[in-house]
Design a protein around this ligand. Structure first.
Ligand code: ZN
Length: 265
């Protein structure tokens, strides 16, 4: 067990990309259009380290967006391996099959970088990285995994360190999804999803499709900006239903004084 954990933790890849320059002073910079947004701070983006737990469908989408926007550092943790059935929605190709997702994803995302992002991928689980004493600090953490055990572990770990976490997930019909932002001192994952503290079963092979992943990852990308710059946000929980039979909603969830997760210590 220990040997397996240790050998996976050694799966590691770091790629440094270069900023795309026009070479001509009269041509707008690569970030020109987003810099025109009044509340957008390119400086903030280029000085932020995002750590993503999960390099699958959600991690792929949000990773591509962060790379394009020009994030300074992007780190992935995932112990899973690429399968043929991932290729219809995750940023992998046929030659990646059988390889570790975190390591392959940073290689593939490097091509999307515009402002010199440093990508690092670790082929191990978040819980194993904690045991192995990895430096898991970042400015913002993204938790796009498929199981509640990891969500609970991530919530607890980063709440103690006052680092914000953006949780995102899609439902088992691939029709709906949510984004929840756990901010320092605010409600935790357990406050927002008390039923998830009980249900910690391993995930099954549920349906998955590109559209809902893109929508949910887009909301999470916006949430990143609201944490590091002045872009406005009047919610800490937002969900979306593509079919429109249930209303999509934006909520401000409060801390639950009886939450067993954030009242532990
Ligand atoms: Zn709580």
């Amino acid at each position: 067990m220990w040997l397996k954990m240790f050998s996976k933790s050694r799966l590691h890849k770091c790629i440094k990309t270069k900023k795309i320059e026009s070479g001509d002073k009269d041509i707008h910079s690569v970030a020109d259009r987003q810099k025109r947004l009044p509340e957008f701070s390119q400086e903030a983006i280029e000085n932020t380290h995002i750590l993503s737990i999960g390099g699958g469908g959600l991690g792929s989408e949000i990773g591509e967006g962060l790379a394009r926007k020009g994030i300074e550092k992007l780190t992935f943790y995932d112990d899973d391996f690429v399968e043929l059935s991932n290729l219809n929605r995750q940023h992998f190709f046929k030659n990646d099959i059988g390889k570790n997702k975190a390591v392959q994803l940073v290689k593939n995302l490097a091509k999307h970088a515009t402002c010199g992002t440093i990508f690092t991928g670790y082929g191990c689980r978040f819980q194993d990285a904690v045991i192995l004493n990895h430096d898991l600090n970042a400015d913002v953490v993204i938790c796009g995994v498929d199981n509640n055990s990891t969500r609970v572990a991530v919530s607890e770990y980063y709440r103690k360190r006052n680092i914000p976490v953006i949780f995102l997930a899609v439902d088992y019909k691939a029709e709906a999804g949510y984004v929840f932002v756990q901010e320092p001192g605010g409600p935790c994952f357990g406050c927002a999803f008390p039923h998830c503290l009980e249900k910690r079963k391993a995930p099954c092979f549920s349906p998955a499709v590109k559209d809902i992943l893109k929508v949910v990852a887009g909301i999470a990308l916006y949430a990143v900006d609201t944490l590091i710059m002045e872009r406005k946000c009047n919610w800490n929980y937002r969900d979306v239903h593509l079919a429109g039979f249930a209303p999509s909603q934006e909520l401000i969830i409060s801390r639950n004084p009886k939450c067993p997760l954030c009242n532990k210590n």
